[in-house]
Design a protein around this ligand. Sequence first.
Ligand code: NAD
Ligand code: TYD
Length: 352
Amino acid sequence: MILVTGGAGFIGSNFVIDWFAHSDEPVINLDKLTYAGNLHTLVSLSGDARHVFVQGDIDDRELVSRLLAEHQPRAVINFAAESHVDRSIHGPGEFIQTNIVGTFNLLESVRAYWNALPADDKEAFRFLHISTDEVYGTLSLEGAPFAETHAYKPNSPYSASKAASDHLVRAWHHTYGLPVLTTNCSNNYGPYHFPEKLIPLMILNALAGKALPIYGDGQQIRDWLYVKDHCSAIRRVLEVGMLGDTYNIGGWNEKTNLEVVQTICVLLDELEPRADGNSYVEQICFIQDRPGHDRRYAIDARKLERELGWKPAETFESGVRKTVEWYLANPDWVGNVASGTYRDWIQTQYGA
Ligand code: NAD
Ligand code: TYD
């Protein structure tokens, strides 16, 4: 079996659901259930003996060591993190705690477990760390997309904390021989995406008749990847990735934020037209920019394509259509996440 951390969040839950579409190998899913974790997302797995959910912290060595000893996983995939740049600007402490200290404690628990494994299991074991392209910092418009050799220059508390965690993972391989793999992925989107992030926030605000708040001039560029393509890349890296290597994962879909929001508006105009017949584009507004806002991210995913034979299945156009359709078809999930502390966050970030 495998142990997944953060499997009740956006990418982790998609990964677990997708895993069982391809395999019957059981998954232990360890998640702290912060505001970003949601068991409602995993409801399709309730009663499924292949899935064991445990609420807990990657920082908790006693708990993690017990889970490892009890379930003897052949791999650990670490999705658990604080993941939202804007929240990291308002309060970086949790990011340092989970993304750096938490990863350190997880590595130490895993190292002790791995050291005690019989030789064959020890050789087969993998620790796969899920990271982000944001560790590389920002690109100019003319700059070549981030390859694995690009220098780390993180600019936000979030990206700095993820960069630190990547360095820890690398060092645990180099120093202790822990069999690690690291992936650095571009911006994901798709089902179960918490509506604090650009794409789901815009879909839900549009439908609620609210403003669509674009930071600054909306010309920042992100490289978008449909979440299921990220999941297939992770499975591939786990299967055949070279020990100690890092792999950049991206969709070759560079878009400005304004283009992304306009695309969502056009799709909603088609799929759920406004009662007054006008376009959702009318709801777009420009607000104060994010401090330290990175201008452009772009991923060069050729290593993963060349060495491991992976390619994304979705274009941005096909993936974003699926995503909008999913949000329209799942009002219960939306109602469940968009309550309570979510409202407090929206007030803190956009209230003024
Ligand atoms: P998310 O915020 O939606 O989910 C994170 C999950 O981790 C939540 O379920 C949360 O409860 C859990 N968690 C947080 N702290 C924990 C702790 N201390 N112990 C155990 N569980 C904890 O994040 P996501 O978008 O699914 O991102 C998953 C991973 O992928 C992160 O490491 C992130 O840095 C990385 N990543 C995300 C993107 C993206 O576009 N979302 C892109 C590239 C990489
Ligand atoms: P986000 O989804 O927060 O991802 P990240 O910051 O990790 O790339 O934001 C994506 C882009 O959208 C980023 O350039 C910030 C911008 N953005 C807005 O313009 N308005 C918003 O309300 C949000 C949440 C993001």
